[in-house]
Structure formats: C-alpha cells, structure tokens
Ligand binder design. Sequence first.
Ligand SMILES: [Zn+2]
Length: 290
Amino acid sequence: MSTPQNVAVNGSRLWQSLMDMAQIGGTPKGGVCRLALTDLDKQGRDLFVRWCEEAGCTISVDRMGNIFARRPGRNDSLPPVIMGSHLDSQPTGGKYDGVYGVLAGLEVVRSLNDMNYVTEAPVEVAVWTNEEGSRFAPAMVASGVFAGVFDLEYGLSRADLDGKTMGEELARIGYAGDREVGGRKVGAYFEAHIEQGPILEAEGKTIGVVTDCQGQRWYEITFTGQEAHAGPTPMVRRKDALLGAARVVDAVNRIGLKYGPLACATVGLMQIHPNSRKVIPGRVFFTVDL
Ligand SMILES: [Zn+2]
C-alpha cells in the first residue's frame, strides 16, 4: 500500500466524542468533575473501552489500572507507537485537558480504520490512572510506576483523604488489571494536551510542541515564632511567624521574576497558627512551588 497523502482526522467525530465524554461528571458551569477511581471515572473508562472495542482494538489493563487499547501492526512484534493521556480531572476541571489526549489517540485509530491503513508497528491508545493527583497524591503515579520511577506497592498504597487506597478503589470499580506495569518497550509516545497556561492564545497560535521538561521543585516550610496577645505585646517584643513568612513570599516572587520568563515561583498554600485576629501568629506552614 502506498502512503496516503494529506491525511486528516475527522474533527467533528472527535468533537462529538469529547462532548459525549464531558457528560460524565459534567458541572453546571460547563466543566467536568471526574476524580480518579470514582464511579464517574469508571463510567468514563467504560465508555472509552466500548469505543475502542467498536474500533476493533484489543483492551488490556495493568495492575495500576492503566488501560491500553491496541490496534495491531503489520509487524506486531515491533514496540507499539502509543498515544494517550488521562480521563480523570481536578474537582473543577475542564472538558478537554487529558481527555483530549486520549480521544485524539482514539480518533487516529478510527481514521486509520476509515482508510483501511495498516501501520508497520502496532498503535496503542493509553489511559493513565490518576494523572491529576487530585484524589491520590502524588500526580502521575501510575505512569510513574510504568516508567519505573515508583514501585508497584507504593502506587497501589496511595490513599485519599478518607484512607481508601488506589489498590482498593481499582478493585472496587473493576479496573485492577492483571498485566504487569511497564517492563516493555515503547517505540514512540505522543501526548496531545490542552495548554494549561495562557501563552498560545495570547500569541494567536494554534499549537505548540513541547521541547523541554519542567524542572519542578516543591518545598514545605514551617516558620516558628511565639504566640502572644495582639493588644498587650509591644511591637519590639514580638516573634511573629507570619511576618517572616510574608517576607519569604515576597522573596519567592522576586526569584520568579528575576529568572523569568521561564521561571515560575509560587506560594499557594499557607496555614497560620492559631489563625486568630487577637493572637500574634506562632507558627506558619507554607509551600513553595518553583
Ligand atoms: Zn492533564
């Protein structure tokens, strides 16, 4: 078979699938709340699996619940070309995000089917479990096990705020697969994703290509001062933990600006103790995201 020219996917079919998937966990403002390994996540997974089976794919699920929908290649022993992303969302997520990366992969498979085109290597569409890390920390834990960054026991034992583990919840929704996690060659991996910032839109561009990784660092900092009554304690006698933390917040911001435009520095979480208007703060916990 000759290589087809000017190949295009079916954009309206992809759009319709995105809209259909967004029904599951849809929120009044038009977004999606579909946290990892909830009943809604199961519904989203079931719909994806049904679509892939209708497209002639073979489904396999590994022990972290990662789903792989496989379209065979002419030489099926070659490492697969994998496309994918995630179906889970943040509590106030959008319709696209990881879903777009998953369904774009499915649309490639559907388009190859339309053309009766047989690829040399097999093609797989992947759904990674709990990429968001919203219900179970850390983020990207199941793809991390696949890549060998975390071990399986660590992944399965991650617990949500109610103490339910990923292993228990995978079993409950029927996605505790039996396939080994990772341990196989991948020919190439593609992930389409909605940009999570404002830059492409601001520059009027349709698409960007990732060329580097974020070198992300997270710090957790506790400042300890001394609690005392706000009214009777003279200014010069105080050890105000929040005042120290406030100076660090400003310094973190200056670091981000100094190494811009690519550096970003954020203090996004702060807990003040005892958090009373009549008490000088004795302890402050905060996070820094660099
Ligand atoms: Zn995402």
